[in-house]
Write a protein that binds this ligand. Structure first.
Ligand code: MN
Ligand code: MN
Length: 366
């Protein structure tokens, strides 16, 4: 199709809004501002070291030094990307507040700007350790409605305002900064993908209906954590690794990019299953990924595309967060595999008994 006849993100949002004549258009405007932030981040991720303006004396994109609330080293691009997200969205009047993986507490809309009815939650730069090796990174965002009393009173937001289950998201998406920059979005009516045309600066609708095939022969897990896995996860992976001769009767491939956005994108494009399960390493950290910034938005996209997103035990979109930076076990992708993993978590281990399965047969035994 000639480029000029393809829909842009703006057109897609306007056509979607026509289905809801009562809608104010605030959500569309907000999504367009988020897209603007993503374009700016795409630029600095690609050109930062050449672009001088963003690099303080002697700096590089690899150095940062500060430790964020998660106890992780913030890279300078994490901080810059966070700044881009807040600055691009603080003034537009659509938000009551924001929350980010990179900020300890919620961001208040500065007094000089009007406040609106939505909350924006984001991981401004996901997978940033991949920058060291020039592998894809992304931004993840989630849009929630602000509680009524926040909107009515115009009061400051507090942590509790953001603690809404993923099922209540109004929209969610990510930008992927790969060989091309893409924006993948759901406003609750399926999943669509846009590719940034670097010449016009427009996101162009290139993937009008993204669906996750229900079956797959591809799984992704960080197997260096195998010794901490809970038995159901060990069982699932062992069965995949056993291939044709094993209980699954087919060979599997494994993938691991260590960039959630890139993993989610692969699964949205061609299926697969991703696991970062709860494990037995540190009871204080039940999982690695963040519920609000990562699992909820990716979960909404996957489910809107016909896949499934789970904690391993229950649908992730049903989990009510208890803290802004809460971590959670996260399993998502092709429906059949996620169903199976949940089933393994529910089944008692008595079939083979834990002994043969996890001591003798385990391919990852210590
Ligand atoms: Mn992240
Ligand atoms: Mn991040």
């Amino acid at each position: 199709m000639p480029l000029s006849r393809r829909w842009t993100l703006t057109r897609y949002l306007i056509e979607e809004r026509r289905r809801f004549p009562e809608a104010s258009g605030d959500l569309n405007a907000l999504i367009l501002d988020v897209a603007t932030a993503c374009k700016a981040i795409a630029k600095i991720v690609a050109f930062e070291d050449l672009a001088g303006a963003f690099v303080p004396e002697g700096g590089s994109k690899l150095e940062g030094g500060a430790i964020n609330v998660q106890g992780e080293v913030q890279k300078r691009l994490d901080v810059i990307s966070n700044e881009i997200f807040t600055r691009t969205n603080e003034w537009n009047g659509h938000l009551a507040g924001m929350a980010s993986e990179e900020m300890d507490v919620p961001f208040q809309i500065p007094a000089q700007y009007p406040r609106g009815k939505y909350l924006l939650v984001f991981d401004p730069l996901d997978g940033s350790s991949n920058l060291d090796v020039n592998v894809s990174v992304g931004s993840i965002f989630s849009i929630l409605r602000a509680p009524d009393d926040v909107v009515a009173a115009g009061r400051d937001v507090v942590e509790a305002d953001f603690l809404q289950p993923g099922a209540r998201q109004v929209a969610a998406g990510y930008a992927l900064y790969g060989p091309t920059t893409m924006l993948v979005l759901t406003v609750g009516n399926g999943v669509v993908g846009f590719t940034l045309n670097p010449t016009t600066g427009e996101f162009v609708l290139t993937h009008p209906k993204i669906t996750v095939p229900p079956a797959t022969q591809e799984f992704a897990i960080n197997s260096s954590n195998a010794r901490f896995w809970e038995p159901p996860v060990k069982r699932y992976v062992d069965e995949c690794l056993a291939g044709k001769a094993g209980p699954r009767g087919k060979d599997f491939n494994m993938r691991w990019i260590a960039s959630l956005v890139a993993e989610a994108h692969r699964i949205l494009m061609r299926g697969g299953v991703f696991l970062y399960p709860r494990d037995m390493r540190d009871p204080a950290k039940p999982g690695r990924l963040r519920l609000l910034y990562e699992a909820s938005p990716v979960g909404m996209l996957i489910e809107q595309a016909g896949g499934r997103a789970s904690t391993g035990r229950q649908p992730v979109l049903g989990v009510t967060p208890t803290a802004l930076h809460q971590r959670i076990g996260f399993v998502f992708g092709s429906k059949d595999e996620v169903d199976r993993i949940e089933r393994y978590h529910q089944e008692p281990l008595s079939d083979d008994g834990p002994e043969p399965l996890f001591a003798t047969r385990s391919l990852f035994r210590a």
